[in-house]
Ligand binder design. Sequence first.
Ligand code: AMP
Ligand code: MG
Length: 397
Amino acid sequence: MLSFDEALKITLDAVPAPEKVRVRLSAALDRVLAETVTARTSQPPFDASAMDGYAVKAASITSNASCEVAFQVAAGGDPGQTLPEGKVARIFTGAPLPAGADAVIIQENAARDGDIVTFSQGALEGQNIRRMGRDFALGDVLAEAGTRLKPAHIGLIASGNNAEIDVFRKPMVALLSTGDELAAIGSVLKPGQIVGSNALLLEAMLARHATAVSDLGHAPDSVDALAENIGGALGSDIDILVTTGGASVGDHDLLAPALEQLGAERLFWKSAMRPGKPAMLSSLNGKLIFTLPGNPVSAFVTATLFVIPAIRKWSGEKVTGLDLIDARLSGSLEANGPRRHFRRANLSLEYGSVIVRPINETDSAHQSSLAAANALLVQPENGPSLSDGALVQVLPL
Ligand code: AMP
Ligand code: MG
């Protein structure tokens, strides 16, 4: 059987080169920059006061000096004013520093009486002033191509006066749940039905990666119906179709024949992993089709390990593998079989050590244990039994 690593490599290799799109900055959170963005203004754009107080010429102020207040300037005020010799100006945070001033004395160190102000301390040149370009200067690089934009990047790029930027296009994803037993969420269950929860699960997972999905609903267990639903989905403008259910080789697992009927190219089917062995990847007309197992934990794990890395790469991130971290095992684990095991687990930071506690539940239909987990503990193929304190690899969720 194909190894998990080979299956992941096939998945990543199947992703086309990312394409640029121009977007409003307001729509760019969590997107990957396709250009290096530079500043179209300096920040601050002028020498500005960092405090509320008085703009002064430092050399002319000593402790207990009294001066006449010539004018006042607030944020947004006239930047063209000049301090008359020997006088000071009332100034507020963010206001342009008048010509002739080189320091700001905070208002807490000033006593005002009419037009006269007396300072309890002298001033040092440059104090409480934000010099023009101190944060960044016109033309400076604000964010490199390839950066995944966090809120602080959005703020930085905005203050550099960029309203639009080039990011990489996100793939359009559609979800199709399959299975005769599936009922809509909120419906009255008929005997033998279960609530189809996978679509909402996957939608929530992809939302974390700023990817919107369209839910194509439920399809029954019939080759023709599946082929029709999948064919219809691939005829629309989606890039990736993710199905759940019917991926295995039982009499009612009909995704493989349906995809065959459509002429899809199979890139892999079945890999040595647990859960998720039956997951399949196919392509048709440049679109990728992930056929995930129906059990919710298997769907979650295979979406985490194949679909999300593919979407991240499609969206311009450099993805070469899983972002695993090392952790110390709390408790013990039995030796692993021939498939790589992704166990539900809890990761925590305890006294400066990264500790992982496996959850003792391996049923791939058991969702409450999945909800209780915040990580997947990775046990390698044929890995030995492990005792308390062993170093293991973990994928934070
Ligand atoms: P399958 O992969 O079709 O063999 O399904 C495996 C198990 O997952 C069965 O118990 C199904 O009822 C269940 N299942 C399939 N699809 C869904 C779904 N969308 N939501 C919840 N459970 C599902
Ligand atoms: Mg089924």
